[in-house]
Design a protein around this ligand. Structure first.
Ligand code: ADP
Ligand code: MG
Ligand code: MG
Length: 883
């Protein structure tokens, strides 16, 4: 029987084996394969991890045996021996999942040291201090990761020593000092863990591998997976790799670099280097490192080699890389590469530049940009004309600007954020345990750490503004305030940060909307060339319409008329219309509304000249235009108490009566949509007239208009036939009055399951269908949105009964199937039927993809989402080409 292969030497793997070897392992293998300098090692597969959990946390049979065989190979390659007293091999034991989860799981460095091998390492390197420094780092890391002892316990020992001897930096502690620190560490281990620090190197290795497997299920990894929708069953691989030592003096060090600037996309080496340090010092943001460009002066040969390696990696992977490396006594070692996380702006620039450099195709470029992410480009920036009270400057780590209340604690940031407050999370540095607070904050400010520190990486990924390494601010340890010089900024004070300049500003600042970069315009043009479905916008005002056009909308897919009724000067007339007891009185009020509506439609049709505009007739239940019953009751009670008894009171009383009369048990399923047009034909007639009169006026001005009159919430062809007849009658009237003829269409929203089921009957009456997927989702799932999103959808998501909120991401199986049915039935009787979608799903990338797949003619979304939809539609066309 063949036995499962759980262990792969780096030279046995390659880049496309990520699911088995994890991203880190697969890329270490790939770098080894193409001849880059990678310390030798091997990877224990994700299958082994999964098997470990299946077996109730036991290593699968043969796994450890094979690992030790692989270790022998590493010994041969390095000429060192694991646990050898004279020439010991030290290794790192590194986690690495199929999908990158930076910093979420555990890694242990310098494994293989004990009381004996540390002396061997000392005499071998002739550097006792170095050997002892490795040992104390190892004890600390091992005990933290494997035995769960808090870092702070060990840090306190170091701090105490430095204080006693008047030292500032760790590297100033001499060998003797380190010996006493190590002795104290070992005592602490016994005290905290109830066992001796393991001296057997093989026991160390087993424990470390187990701990890395276990770190797949630590709290922060679980939270990160949930946040990023990464499945829980992928498991992590374990990489065991010979150590390269960045802590061997001033010709050694460790660094992190991107092959291009991950904030802007500029083609330049970007990163940081720490002299005489081990990897985790940079990533943890504990010391503020120097920019990579300094390496050019300090270690010119290494820099030269490094830039070459970066170029090799870019042309090999054909993408921007995020690299971890270490220099040991002037020799470069590559420790990690992956495709670099980047801001949306950088993603676009890199993709477009790489097409121009001939590295990738346009189609690939379109797929390189995450459509969900480009939203952040529509982020606000500080108005350049504003007078700013800049109190400090840090590193510009993630672009965009934000204002909010100062908060020093992630839990508090989360709490206030949930309450709708805008907060800026201020920390000396962030750790993976702060993620929940960063999610809810407008932006992040740190006093320590570089451009590749945790805060910077996480904020860029989320598209949040971040300023880091702002050393001028001193945060008081109790977390109540920070100071800059003698200025005090208290918790709750408002500050602003500018992630593009690094400025920290006191108070609120004026912001402006951004414009699209040249590269963004180019990418969207490429998107328009390949996409097969149209993109329209939902807009109710000429301003929104203009914005939508600017962002590339090809029409308006939904112009709601109710917002026009809500305007301050209109509401009293609308109320008068609703309160009218007779048709006569209602017509009088409607006559007052007519010129106003005509003006509305004139403005919006003009703004969209030459493009189609779908105008939906009145949809919401009428009580939405009236004050609430509670509010009225209070007013009446107050007037009574004051002894007021006049016409105003009488009016309020009759209003209250009407409010009660219009009250509904299920307003979303109540007297609304086309049902209004059927019970009060004069309302729809007024709206139709307003549209047509506006069209006539525009025609006279020589402006081309393409109005589409839309009837909402239809469940049967009879409703549509009746209302269409009314609309056509109004058209005939207007034509007779003005002598002007014009084209228009009449169609319907499809937002009830019954409408989908009888779509062939409805299509016989309709020029177009527009899926109102907000209502269609409500009615198909039987979820009332306002109740569902607050009360039970979060729990459904948690229990994985739903994969996504169906109001955000279209439910393909349920709602989607109904759409497919409606499309097939509709087109079967009316081949020219125009079909679109105007629910919020129209701007959500995966829903747009679905709309492409089922053959819609267009999607319609909010103006700011138009670029997102254009890109998503293009991506769908590349991934799922239609004949
Ligand atoms: P993470 O996934 O959290 O980045 P890594 O496994 O990449 O964890 O390890 C963290 C740091 O430890 C890396 O930045 C790397 O520089 C350092 N490191 C890991 N393995 C080695 C090694 N074999 N030699 C030297 N440094 C290493
Ligand atoms: Mg790493
Ligand atoms: Mg609707």
């Amino acid at each position: 029987m063949s036995r499962t292969k759980y262990v792969y030497l780096f030279e046995e793997g390659q880049a496309d084996m990520k699911s088995l070897l994890g991203g880190k392992g697969a890329n270490l293998a790939e770098m080894t394969r193409i001849g880059l300098p990678v310390p030798p090692g091997f990877t224990i597969t994700t299958e082994a991890c999964k098997e470990y959990y299946r077996l109730g946390k036991e290593f699968p049979p043969n796994m450890m045996e094979d690992a030790l065989l692989a270790l022998r190979v590493v010994e041969e390659k390095t000429g060192k021996s694991f646990g050898d007293k004279d020439n010991p091999l030290l290794v790192s034991v590194r986690s690495g999942a199929p999908i990158s989860m930076p910093g979420m799981m555990d890694t242990i460095l310098n494994l293989g040291l004990n009381d004996v091998t540390v002396e061997g390492l000392a005499s071998l390197t002739g550097d006792e201090r170095f050997a002892l420094d490795c040992y104390r780092r190892f004890i600390q890391m091992f005990c933290n990761v494997v035995l769960g002892i808090d870092h702070a316990v060990f840090d306190a020992v170091m701090e105490k020593y430095k204080k006693r001897h008047g030292l500032i930096f760790d590297y100033e502690i001499p060998a003797d000092g380190l010996r006493s620190v190590i002795a104290e560490y070992k005592g602490l281990v016994v005290k905290e863990a109830g066992r001796e620090f393991p001296q057997d190197v093989y026991e160390q290795l087993q424990m470390a591998i187990k701990a890395v497997f276990e770190s797949w299920n630590n709290q922060r990894a679980i939270v990160y997976r949930k946040l990023n929708k990464i499945p829980d069953d992928l498991g992590t691989a374990v990489n065991v790799q010979a150590m390269a030592f960045g802590n061997m003096g001033s010709d050694s060090g460790t660094g992190v670099a991107f092959t291009r600037n991950p904030s802007t996309g500029e083609r330049e080496l970007y990163g940081e280097f720490l002299v005489n340090a081990q990897g985790e010092d940079v990533v943890a943001g504990i010391r503020t490192p120097t920019p990579i460009s300094k390496l050019k002066d300090e270690l010119p040969q290494v820099y030269e080699q490094f830039t070459q390696v970066c170029q090799t990696l870019e042309s090999h992977y054909r993408d921007m890389q995020d690299i971890e490396f270490t220099v040991e006594k002037g020799k470069l070692y590559m420790l990690q590469t992956r495709s670099g996380k980047r801001t949306a702006a950088a993603a676009i620039k890199v993709a477009v530049d790489m097409v121009r450099e001939g590295l990738i195709t346009r189609e690939e470029a379109l797929l390189r940009v995450d459509a969900n992410q480009i939203n952040q480009l529509l982020h606000r920036q500080i108005d350049s004309k504003a007078e700013l009270n800049v109190i400090a400057k840090g590193l510009p780590a993630s672009p965009g600007a934000a204002s909010g209340k100062v908060v020093f604690d992630a839990d508090e940031a989360e709490k206030l954020g949930n309450e709708g407050e805008r907060v800026i999370l201020v920390r000396s540095e962030t750790t993976p345990d702060d993620i929940h607070g960063i999610v809810k904050a407008q932006g992040v400010l740190t006093s320590r750490g570089g451009m590749t520190s945790h805060a910077a990486v996480v904020a860029r990924g989320m598209g949040k503004p971040c300023v880091c390494g702002c050393e001028a601010i001193k945060i008081d340890p109790d977390g109540h305030e920070f100071t800059v010089g003698d200025m005090v900024v208290k918790k709750g004070d408002i500050i602003s940060i500018d992630g593009a300049t690094g400025n920290v500003i006191l108070g609120e600042v004026p912001m402006i909307e951004p414009t699209l970069s040249e590269e963004f315009e180019t990418l969207l043009k490429w998107a328009d060339d390949v996409r097969r479905i149209g993109v329209r916008a939902n807009a109710d005002t000429p301003e929104d319409a203009a914005k939508a056009r600017e962002f590339g909308a090809e029409g308006i897919g939904l112009c709601r008329t109710e917002h026009m009724f809500m305007a301050q000067d209109r509401l009293p007339i609308v109320q008068e219309m609703i309160l009218a007891d007779t048709e006569e009185a209602r017509k009088k009020a409607l006559a007052k509304l007519l010129p106003m509506q005509r003006g509305d439609f004139y403005g919006i049709l003009k703004a969209m000249a030459g493009l189609p505009v779908t105008i939906r007739l009145l949809d919401p239940p009428l009580h939405e235009f009236l004050p609430g019953a509670e509010e009225l009751l209070t007013e009446i009670a107050e007037m009574n108490a004051r002894g007021q008894n006049n016409a105003v009171l009488a009016e309020k009383r009759s209003l209250l009566k009407k409010v009660y009369a219009l009250r509904e048990f299920n307003p979303m399923l109540g007297h609304r949509g086309c049902r209004l047009g059927i019970t009060y034909p004069e309302i729809y007639r007024m709206q139709a007239r307003a549209i047509f009169e506006a069209v006539v006026k525009l025609k006279k001005e020589g402006i081309e208009v393409l109005p589409e009159v839309e009837i909402p919430l239809v469940m049967d062809s009879g409703e549509l036939a009746l209302l269409k007849h009314e609309v056509l009658e109004v058209y005939e009237e207007v034509k007779a009055e003005t002598g002007i003829e014009f084209e228009f269409t009449v169609g319907t929203m499809i937002e009830l399951p019954r409408a989908c089921v009888v779509a062939e009957e409805i299509a016989a009456e309709a020029d177009f269908f527009s899926f109102g997927t907000n209502d269609l989702t409500q009615t198909t799932l039987g979820f009332s949105r306002d109740d569902a999103e607050g009360k039970f959808i979060p729990i459904y998501l948690e229990k994985k009964l739903l994969k996504d909120n169906p109001f955000a991401v279209l439910d393909r199986k349920g709602v989607g199937s109904l759409m497919v049915m409606a499309i097939e039935k509709g087109r079967s009787v009316n081949s020219g039927l125009l079909i679109g979608i105007c629910g919020e799903h129209g701007g959500e990338p995966s829903s747009v993809e679905f709309c492409h797949q089922i053959g819609l003619d267009y999607v319609s979304c909010s103006p700011y989402r138009v670029p997102v939809a254009r890109l998503a539609a293009a991506q769908a066309a590349v991934l799922y080409p239609r004949e």
